[in-house]
Design a binder for this molecule. Structure first.
Ligand code: BGC
Length: 971
């Protein structure tokens, strides 16, 4: 199994939805599901971050308004037909082979198929698709056809399809999804375009397409809300023919545009050819992976970890930072949850903060920009400060549905989940975590935190009888309990998670005011906050914290009857019962306290409130609530994996692997096809750092307290902490920072680092190989971990000065050399070793030296005099083989114009070892032969690639007539 590739064999219409979601390609600005370009049973989806629209629908006689992340026009459609046959559809075709591979390292979706038409013609089709991470407006689909046993015309049709609706989720089908209107199509300067308008948000969306192919002729077909171009490719048996569709997507929400259509047309016109697009796109991904890499042992685990990082970065990339968008719970991968933004960022930001803090900041700014709306909502409800909506989308108004469909009963039911006021606590928690990870607290972030604190303080009402503050009329994260059994109105009193986190927030508000006193909160208000932190109500029963007041009076559920049912709310309602009556939770609620707070923090808050805390409280709570949770949300397993990490490692691992597999194996049976679970994906990554490395960020710095399951082997990752780049790796015995062994370490700021280490990795590898040492051996010599050494070889690292000196010593070279200080100087500036000796080399030794291939120089008489040029060569069956550009100087100057008469040239390879102060050179002389197309098979397996890249199709072979060599060494 390749840990960077997700592969699917065969075409299986039943699993297409899942493949489409998992093979989505995106760049943080927009994403496109991995639907086939040519299928009938497909759920296409292209979503631009932040592009929402509201529509009214009528259900059960009521008008409900829903805001959706709009499914945009489909840029993918492309199909083809052999003479006399219908357009290719995989569902109907006689498929001989079918394969789909997602290359996560480079962000490319490959598809390869062989199909036979009714007349027995076999055609191979290979496709590569990307949504550019380098230029976030562009996407492309390259299709290569090979007629295997026939020659003739192949028709190809490439379409932009505007007749797309939000209809990917069966439960929503009674609601309107026809967000696009006012379609227009056109054909301009060889490009086709399609524009549409979202109905109520009036966003213009424009798609432009350019098709590049060898045949210029094309026919434009406009049908309804679609525009297509048709091309005829003249296929010659066995010869590949390629057609590339390059598209640009622009919207009127974009920055730096005049109008969407012009922007899309310009972007596609300026777009390079597919090859260059791929190179730039892959390089952009490489840069992301350098920061985002998480390495674990074992290909299966690695593959899933890569998948989770990949989809997280496709939804929230550096491009996202500037877009004024939040964290969509289901990525940009499907219609589910309508692209709404819940509290899931609580599971996402901890990972981003330590790698892409600028993206985290952008996501926090999304909240800050909606502060006026949140303030208005608080005011309307009679509170102070800012009341954020449970579900947020475009402008920050509450978007939680008021009615939802229970698919188990077919009934539409009232929905009060907007009462999850704890969303504000999650936002404030994220502000604080960002501050801890980066050391920065912008004024606007502080303003956000203070306004949320103000809201929760105003929610808390002092009960004169108990002299405790109470928060009434809310829901906790467990969505099964929205009201007391039989109560007319929804809302619960004193949800422990909300109350305790309110205390935590007011304490952080106090810290924030210490950091930024200019926020000027009155002494009176501060005094009230302080009072709340000492007298908030928390209920207890059976020696555990009660989820809310009155929880103790609820019934125990007959769990045996509902074994394995994750959505008990739906099952009970379908049975005519009500989940509100039972001690049963959809997901961690009270236990969320143990996820967000350390046991010391939790005990500290409870003590401050005057509640005694026995050491057995937390373990008892964990057992109690775990027995009463159905894990109806994928987030639940993330939380429980963490909570059990120290007390029950086997069970923690079970929850961890459950989250790992939740999307790739679709453990909720069908939900992944509607969109990935971004919080759970990010949660697994956070678990690796938090749970297993024991990486915690405290005001005094970074703490590491590793506890790795043996099964995880070695775990390593680069992180960015308060401005320093650190590399952490650990196994079940020990953790290391920048390769040096530490256990239970606290690092304030990271250590001083060396800069200018651009090509360091390659130089380390070079010296290591020169000395014939393994990673482990060099690591041992340099007193650092092999994991860190490997990281330095593969990524641009910035080791400490001390580490650089140790490394240089281990590699028997200088720090200057490792840092590349010698690159732009000719070789051999240093002196040779004392008493140098010049030795002639025999034929075999010469061959041995040049055998690995590499860069050599060809010397010949050019039209302007003697010429020497570097070429990348391979030694192939005793000859030197290299490639050059047809018609270039080597091609023209080395031809005699007479068949069978070849020019004799020189070919030289040398090597100066600056560190060892030795060197050698080998000279080959012989005729240069231009390999003709008929002879290509003789050299093709030399697998020689030009160093300079580019189109160098001509192979040249030098047959050695004479080989000589010399070596300079010391006595
Ligand atoms: C969970 C919420 C979550 C939402 C979006 C729901 O099923 O109960 O906690 O925020 O999904 O992921």
């Amino acid at each position: 199994m390749n840990p960077w590739v997700l592969s699917y064999g065969g075409f299986d219409p039943a699993s297409e939805g899942l493949r489409e979601a998992l093979c989505t390609l995106g760049n943080g600005r927009f994403a496109t599901r991995g639907a086939t370009p040519d299928g009938e049973l497909r759920t296409p989806g292209t979503y631009a971050a932040g592009c929402y629209d509201r529509l009214d629908s009528t259900v059960t006689g009521r008008t409900v308004t829903n805001e959706d992340l709009v499914n945009l026009p489909d840029w993918l459609p492309l199909t083809f037909a052999t003479p006399g046959s219908d357009w290719f559809r995989p569902e109907r075709a006689d498929l001989l082979d079918y394969r789909q591979e997602l290359d996560m390292r480079h962000g490319i979706l490959h598809r390869a198929l062989r199909w036979r038409d009714e007349s027995g013609r076999i055609t191979v089709v290979r496709q590569r698709r990307l949504v550019s991470m380098a230029d976030p407006r562009l996407a492309a689909l390259e299709t290569t056809f090979i007629a295997e046993n026939w020659s003739g015309p192949l028709r190809v049709r490439a379409t932009l399809d505007g007749s797309v609706t939000n209809s990917g989720v069966a439960r929503y089908r009674d609601l309107r999804g026809d967000h696009l209107t006012g379609h227009e199509t056109g054909d301009q300067d060889g490009l086709t375009w399609l524009t549409a308008l979202t109905r109520s948000s009036q966003i213009t969306v424009a798609l432009t397409s350019r098709t590049d192919t060898a045949t210029l002729a094309r026919e434009v077909i406009r049908e309804g809300d679609r525009i297509s171009t048709e091309h005829v490719l003249d296929l010659a048996q066995g010869e590949p023919a390629t057609l590339t569709k390059t598209v640009a997507l622009a919207t009127s929400r974009d920055c730096a545009v005049h109008d969407a259509r012009t922007a899309a047309i310009r972007a596609v016109r300026l777009a390079p050819r597919f090859h260059t697009l791929v190179v730039r796109h892959a390089a952009a991904w490489e840069r992301l992976w350098q920061r985002a890499r998480v390495d674990v042992d074992g290909p299966e685990l690695s593959q899933i970890v890569h998948l989770h990082v990949f989809h997280l970065l496709q939804t929230l990339s550096p491009h996202t930072a500037d877009l004024d968008v939040g964290v969509p719970a289901r990525g940009l991968h499907g219609d589910a949850y309508r692209g709404h933004v819940f509290w899931d960022e609580l599971f996402v930001l901890p990972w981003l903060n330590l790698r892409f803090p600028e993206t985290s900041l952008g996501l926090l700014r999304y909240r800050w920009r909606r502060l006026p709306e949140a303030r208005a909502a608080a005011q309307d409800a009679g509170y102070d400060g800012a009341m954020f909506p449970w579900q947020s989308a475009s402008d920050g108004r509450e978007q939680t549905q008021t009615l939802h469909l229970n698919p188990a009963s077919g009934r539409w039911l009232p929905d009060a989940s907007h009462l999850q006021r704890h969303i504000g606590l999650a936002i404030a928690y994220n502000v604080w975590q960002y501050h801890l990870a980066t050391g920065s607290m912008p004024l606007w972030c502080a303003e956000l935190l203070i306004d949320i604190a103000r809201f929760f303080a105003s929610l808390a009402v002092l009960d004169p009888a108990s002299r405790r503050y109470e928060i009434r009329g809310v829901m906790g994260p467990d969505e099964y309990h929205e009201r007391y059994p039989g109560a007319a109105s929804p809302g619960l009193a004193n949800n422990a998670y909300t109350n305790v986190m309110t205390v935590w927030l007011l304490l952080r508000a106090r810290d924030t005011l210490d950091l930024l006193p200019e926020l000027a909160v009155s002494a009176q208000e501060r005094a009230r906050w302080d009072d709340i932190t000492r007298r908030m109500r928390v209920d207890f029963h059976d020696g555990v914290i009660s989820q809310f007041t009155g929880y103790a009076d609820l019934l125990e559920l007959d769990w045996a009857r509902y074994r394995g049912v994750r959505r008990l709310d739906r099952a009970l309602e379908a049975d005519g019962d009500d989940i509100n009556r039972y001690k049963a939770a959809k997901q961690a609620d009270t236990l969320m306290l143990c996820y967000l707070l350390t046991s010391d923090e939790l005990a500290g808050i409870l003590n401050r409130l005057g509640y005694p805390v026995e050491p057995s409280l937390i373990p008892r709570m964990i057992g109690y609530y775990l027995d009463r949770t159905s894990h109806g949300s994928t987030l639940s397993a993330v939380v429980h994996a963490w909570i059990l990490a120290r007390s029950d490692r086997a069970r923690s691992w079970h929850f961890f692997t459950e989250t790992l597999f939740s999307d790739i194996k679709d453990i909720q049976h069908g939900t992944t096809a509607e969109g990935i679970h971004l919080g759970a994906m990010a949660g697994t990554l956070d678990l690796l750092q938090r749970c297993y490395l024991g990486l915690e960020i405290h005001p005094d710095g970074l703490h590491l307290n590793p506890l790795l399951p043996d099964r995880l082997g070695v775990l390593s990752m680069p992180i960015r902490f308060r401005g320093s780049q650190l590399f952490i790796d650990a196994d079940h015995r020990q953790a290391r920072i920048n390769g040096a062994a530490r256990l239970n370490v606290t690092s304030q700021q990271g250590e001083p680092t060396m800069t200018g280490a651009g090509d360091l990795g390659r130089r380390i590898t070079h010296h290591r190989e020169r000395l014939g040492l393994t990673l482990e051996q060099v690591a041992d010599r340099a007193d650092m971990s092999p994991g860190y050494l490997q990281y330095l070889e593969e990524q641009p690292g910035t080791p400490t000065a001390d580490a650089m000196y140790r490394l240089a010593g281990a590699l028997e070279t200088t720090v200057d050399d490792l840092l590349g200080g010698t690159v732009d100087r000719p070789p051999g500036r240093g002196r040779a070793k004392t008493a140098p000796t010049l030795e002639s080399l025999d034929h075999d030794e010469c061959l041995k030296l040049i055998e690995p291939g590499g860069i050599g120089r060809v010397a010949f008489n050019g039209p302007h005099g003697p010429t020497v040029l570097p070429v990348n060569y391979k030694l192939h069956h005793g000859s030197i083989v290299f490639r050059t550009a047809s018609g270039g100087p080597i091609d023209q100057d080395l031809r005699t114009g007479q068949e069978g008469v070849e020019i004799k040239i020189g070919f030289e390879v040398d090597r100066i070892d600056e560190a060892q102060r030795e060197g050698w050179s080998v000279l080959v002389q012989g005729p240069a032969h231009h390999v003709s197309p008929d002879e290509l098979s003789e050299v093709i397996d030399a697998d020689v690639t030009p160093w300079a890249g580019g189109e160098r199709h001509l192979y040249v072979r030098i047959t050695p007539h004479q080989i000589t060599g010399r070596r300079i060494h010391h006595l």
